[in-house]
Each structure stands twice: as structure tokens, then as C-alpha cells.
Design a protein around this ligand. Structure first.
Ligand SMILES: Nc1ncnc2c1ncn2[C@@H]1O[C@H](COP(=O)(O)OP(=O)(O)OP(=O)(O)O)[C@@H](O)[C@H]1O
Ligand SMILES: [Mg+2]
Length: 259
């Protein structure tokens, strides 16, 4: 006998954005590049609606962690799950499963308009490319409506970052990885982009993994922060406890980092 719930599930699939789930789960992930152990037994989870900060010295393994979780780097061991399903295969398979990333250096198509750049996200995410309402909503959410017809090449750095974020969101993610999104921005721009990150988290109920050297801004945005050092997890804790630990400040965040 087929239950009513099974019939409903068959005929009314939940839209991916509204699907309930436990978010991102990373279990025991290790990566080695030749002699370098870039990541050792890394485990953490990021439920929907949490901004999970990642910090640590240069070479600690932060970008490698993003690479593993977005399908660009194959782990030697470990599992990455999103809403209970294991993520496997090449980057486009991760993207279709609901994983998006924002690169440190804005990677957008300079010859296209702002709107066209955002529309490419629909295609990469295998979503309905005629979903113009969705694109309009994303342009508005990211503050790009008035620049929608401008060539991406004419934009300043903050606007380029907005475009990359909107294009990533157009793929329909459940989890978003951001690699130093505040790099190169001045204080006012950092506040503006931080507000946008919070807004995206609140309005789309995403799990967000935020790698950032600017530790003060990271502490203001994150519910928890993981400190990586030589590929190992030194600590996962609330921003208040991380920032009040002199060992972490002096030994592991280093002089190059901004407080
Ligand atoms: N493709 C690769 N091949 C070989 N070694 C690599 C590769 N990618 C990263 N590494 C090495 O792995 C370690 C971790 O690098 P990773 O880029 O993840 O650090 P990071 O924490 O992002 O550093 P940064 O703060 O400078 O961005 C470093 O020792 C780096 O040299
Ligand atoms: Mg890096």
C-alpha cells in the first residue's frame, strides 16, 4: 500500500531551497599534497542559518578545505554530506547538489552585463534559465538592480563581489563557501558586504562557511569559528572565547592578520 505521504512526496516535490535538512556535515577529512599534510581529520557541521567562520595562518589549509567541500580537491579520506546526502564527484555534481562558492579574486565574466553574469548561475546550477523573477530578486537582494545593464568590467571591487555572490546564489545553493570575501575592501565596504552576508543567511536560510583573515569582522559575523593550524583543528568555539584566548591571538592568527 502506498501512504498518503509517499504520494505527496511523489507529486509535490519540495523546492530545493525550502527542503529541510541538517545542512553541511564534514567528517574526518584528510588531504595530502605530496609531503604536505594539508588537512588532518577535520570534522565540523554547519546547520542551515549558521555562519561558520574559519581562520588560521597562511598555509593552514583553509582554501584546501573549501576545495574539498566544493569538489575541486579530492580528499584522501573522509565524508562530506549536505542535508544527509554524501557529496561526490566533480565540482558540477557538488553544484547541482546545492554547493556554491565565492572565490577570493572575483571570477566574473567581464564582457557580460551584471544581469548576464547572474543568469550564468542559473545555468551552472542546472536551474530553469528563464527564471527571470529569481534573477530580479537576487539583483535586488545584492543591491545591483540599478547596475543590472552595466558591463561587469566597469564595476568597482565591491560591486564585482556582489555580482559573484549573486551568481553563486543563482545556482540555488543550500551551502555557500566564501574565501576571504572581505579582502581588498575598506572599512565602509566591509560593513556593507558583512550586512549583505547576514541578509543572505537570514533570507535564504543557508549554511555559510566563511574563511576570512579579518578576524574582527569574522567574529561579528560568525556563530562559531574554527581555527586551523598546519591542517589541524586547533579549536572550534564561539567568537568571544576565540578572541579572548591570547595563545590563539599571538601564535596562530599572526601579525599579518587584522583585528
Ligand atoms: N594543489 C596543491 N599542490 C600542492 N600543495 C598545495 C596545493 N594546494 C595547497 N597546497 C599546500 O597545502 C597547504 C595548505 O594550503 P591552503 O592554500 O589550503 O592554505 P590557506 O590556509 O588557504 O592559506 P592562505 O591563508 O595563504 O590562503 C600549503 O602548505 C600549500 O602550499
Ligand atoms: Mg587560502
Amino acid at each position: 500500500m502506498i501512504s498518503g505521504a509517499a504520494i505527496l512526496a511523489k507529486h509535490q516535490p519540495l523546492p530545493r531551497r525550502l527542503a529541510p535538512g541538517q545542512g553541511l556535515v564534514v567528517r574526518d577529512v584528510s588531504v595530502r599534497f605530496g609531503a604536505v599534510q594539508a588537512l588532518s581529520n577535520i570534522s565540523f557541521n554547519v546547520p542551515p542559518g549558521e555562519i561558520f567562520g574559519v581562520a588560521g595562518p597562511n598555509g593552514a589549509g583553509k582554501s584546501t578545505l573549501i576545495g574539498v567541500c566544493t569538489g575541486q580537491v579530492r580528499p584522501d579520506r573522509g565524508i562530506i554530506e549536505l542535508d544527509g546526502g554524501a557529496l561526490k564527484g566533480r565540482p558540477h555534481a557538488f553544484c547541482h547538489a546545492g554547493v556554491a562558492r565565492m572565490f577570493q579574486v572575483p571570477q566574473i565574466f567581464s564582457s557580460m552585463t551584471v544581469r548576464e553574469n547572474v543568469e550564468t548561475g542559473l545555468i551552472f546550477g542546472n536551474r530553469d534559465s528563464s527564471d527571470t523573477n529569481g534573477v530580479d530578486d537576487l539583483l535586488e537582494m545584492t543591491g545591483l538592480t540599478s547596475q543590472a545593464s552595466e558591463a561587469a568590467s566597469s564595476l568597482d571591487l565591491l560591486a564585482r563581489k556582489r555580482v559573484m555572490l549573486a551568481a553563486a546564489l543563482a545556482t540555488g545553493p543550500r551551502v555557500l563557501f566564501m574565501d576571504e570575501p572581505l579582502g581588498g575592501l575598506n572599512e565602509i565596504e566591509i560593513d556593507a558586504f558583512s550586512s549583505l552576508i547576514r541578509k543572505v543567511r537570514d533570507e535564504m536560510a543557508l549554511s555559510i562557511v566563511l574563511v576570512e583573515h579579518k578576524i574582527r569582522a569574522l567574529a561579528q559575523l560568525s556563530q562559531r569559528i574554527m581555527i586551523l593550524n598546519f591542517g589541524e583543528t586547533l579549536r572550534i568555539d564561539t567568537p568571544g572565547l576565540i578572541l579572548s584566548d591570547p595563545e590563539i591571538i599571538t601564535l596562530y592568527l599572526g601579525k599579518k592578520h587584522e583585528y
